[in-house]
Design a binder for this molecule. Structure first.
Ligand SMILES: Cc1cc2nc3c(=O)[nH]c(=O)nc-3n(C[C@H](O)[C@H](O)[C@H](O)COP(=O)(O)OP(=O)(O)OC[C@H]3O[C@@H](n4cnc5c(N)ncnc54)[C@H](O)[C@@H]3O)c2cc1C
Length: 480
């Protein structure tokens, strides 16, 4: 069976689709407009895309379902939207008239504690992985919000609390099983189809549908030294400066993030501060718990905290700490850039932008990179720029649709403020805008991604992603 003739896929009016054609071939379920559960199945985490009307949502329980779903979409000329944990900020995993291939039923996790490996279904979320691996005192780098999908997160890179000790999620990806655009189920590892593994480590969902991931695991927890310290907003500038001096030589055990934000109404924060601007240092040490305090002690001297919650806590708790603040259905937009440096001018601008953030969920994240992330050779994975020292992410969420424009403009202003300090590249998973692949990856990586795309998906069946478009590259002649 071949599906790659589908180079002119279009969307269909729902009435043209007969789900019965695929129902009999599926172990999972297929939902079309009018079916019970369709409305919920059409939605993803980002409520901005709540109005999307997919032609069908095909829930897959096994690789054969994924192949059947691809075949069905191909024979109906339907554009495909692949869904793991549904956390695409740019809305890739739903859309009008598309066939959503939803892997969420494929969320099983098997841990081999002796080999320190886990196999993870293509629709698992980080909560599934953390639960299964922590039962053995093991973990791998996962997301800061536990409902985030393993698939999209890992394929784009995967920034998490363990990364400076153990690498990005994609650095821990040892092997994968993938359904390709022409319907084959293939395995990739360092020894089988290794170039595909290279592309899956940061190149996004461009090359196929991953039905199973295999990750390296590491001893972590159950207790770690982790959590936030909240400071008044006047501490923005001294904290960012202290962070800049500390970050490059900090122990690789620790991964930290400065978050210029607004105090959430949590009982652990003094009530008088609820709803006021604060700066939070968030950190996790993957090393011995008794060494944690020493890693961060200089931050305790920078300013008087509003609340200091950084201390011993279960790894499982830091992995779910901010979940309640990022509920499914909020309207959201993120914009990011890789930073070459945190200079005084940028620090001053970030402070100003913090003070005029238009809503309580407008956050400026400065991620400390380096450590094990930076030790990965630039050509070893498709992840853009492992050696960058910081990632800047402007994260916004809101509930009143009337304030969306102001939130988006603010996020863009944050990233614009960093244009001089930016490396010019971007972490693709932190983007609310589509069509960013070409600039996000460096020229050499992009050329290699295009070559891989030519090999595995020459007609761009998988294009609802930060797309590596082989035809556009051919058109420009730039990437061949
Ligand atoms: C609340 C929130 C918190 C986040 N926190 C972090 C964080 O801490 N660190 C970080 O690095 N990123 C973070 N992100 C960004 C996140 O990594 C991306 O949004 C990622 O794409 C989500 O993956 P998903 O599987 O949930 O998404 P989905 O919407 O399901 O999929 C997104 C895209 O991934 C691809 N894809 C999904 N499943 C598969 C599959 N099985 N096979 C092939 N391709 C697939 C497809 O191209 C799809 O369009 C966060 C996002 C949100 C919304």
């Amino acid at each position: 069976m071949t599906f790659i003739e589908q180079n002119t896929a279009r969307t269909h009016a729902p009435a043209e689709i007969n789900p019965e054609e695929v129902r009999s071939a599926l172990g999972g379920e297929i939902l079309a407009p009018g079916d019970a559960g369709y409305e919920e199945a059409a939605r993803i985490w980002n409520g901005v895309y709540d109005g999307a009307r997919p032609a069908v949502v095909i829930r897959c329980s096994r690789p054969a379902d994924v192949t059947a779903a691809l075949s069905f979409a191909s024979s109906h000329n339907l554009e495909i939207a692949v869904r793991g944990g549904a956390h695409s900020i740019a809305g890739f995993s739903t859309g009008d008239g598309v066939a959503v291939i939803d892997l969420s039923p494929m969320n099983e996790v098997h841990v081999d504690p002796a080999a320190r490996r886990a196999t993870v279904g293509g629709g698992a979320v980080w909560a599934d992985v953390d639960r299964a691996t922590q039962a053995h005192g093991l973990a791998t780098t996962g997301g800061l919000v536990s409902s985030t999908g393993v698939a999209g997160f890992t394929l784009g890179g995967g920034i998490g609390w363990l990364m400076r000790r153990h690498g990005l999620a994609c650095d821990n990806l040892l092997a994968a099983e993938v359904v390709t655009a022409d319907g084959r189920l293939i395995r990739t590892s360092e020894s089988e189809n290794p170039e595909l593994l290279w592309g899956l480590r940061g190149g996004g969902g461009n090359f196929g549908i991953v039905t199973q991931f295999e990750f390296a695991l590491h001893p972590v927890g159950p207790m770690v030294y982790a959590g936030p310290i909240f400071y008044p907003p006047e501490a923005d500038i001294p904290l960012l400066r202290a962070f800049r001096e500390w970050a490059p030589d900090a122990s690789e055990d620790i991964t930290a993030l400065l978050n210029l934000t607004t105090a959430p109404p949590l009982p652990v924060i003094p009530k008088a501060w609820h709803g006021r601007k604060v700066t939070a240092l968030l950190a996790t040490s993957a090393g011995p718990i008794e060494e944690g305090e020493g890693h961060v002690e200089r931050f305790r001297a920078v300013a008087e905290p509003v609340a200091d919650l950084l201390g011993p806590m279960p790894y499982a708790a830091i992995q779910t700490l901010v979940d309640p603040l990022w509920e499914r259905g909020v309207l959201a937009y993120f914009k990011a850039t890789n930073l070459a440096r945190l200079d005084d001018r940028l620090i001053d601008r970030l402070h100003e932008l913090h003070l005029r953030a238009p809503g309580p969920q407008c956050e400026i994240h400065v991620h400390q990179m380096g450590g094990a992330v930076a030790r990965v050779n630039e050509t070893a994975t498709a992840f853009a720029e492992p050696a960058m020292p910081y990632v800047l992410n402007a994260v916004t969420a809101w509930r009143d649709p009337g304030v969306g424009k102001a939130h988006r403009e603010w996020a863009r202003a944050v990233i614009q403020a960093a244009s001089d300090a930016s490396t010019g590249r971007t972490y693709v998973n932190f983007l609310g805008d589509a069509n960013a692949a070409r600039t996000a990856y460096g020229a050499e990586t992009y050329r290699r991604l295009v070559a891989l795309k030519e090999r595995y998906d020459p007609t761009n069946v998988f294009r609802r992603n930060q797309n590596v478009d082989p035809r556009a590259a051919r058109g420009s002649g730039a990437e061949r």
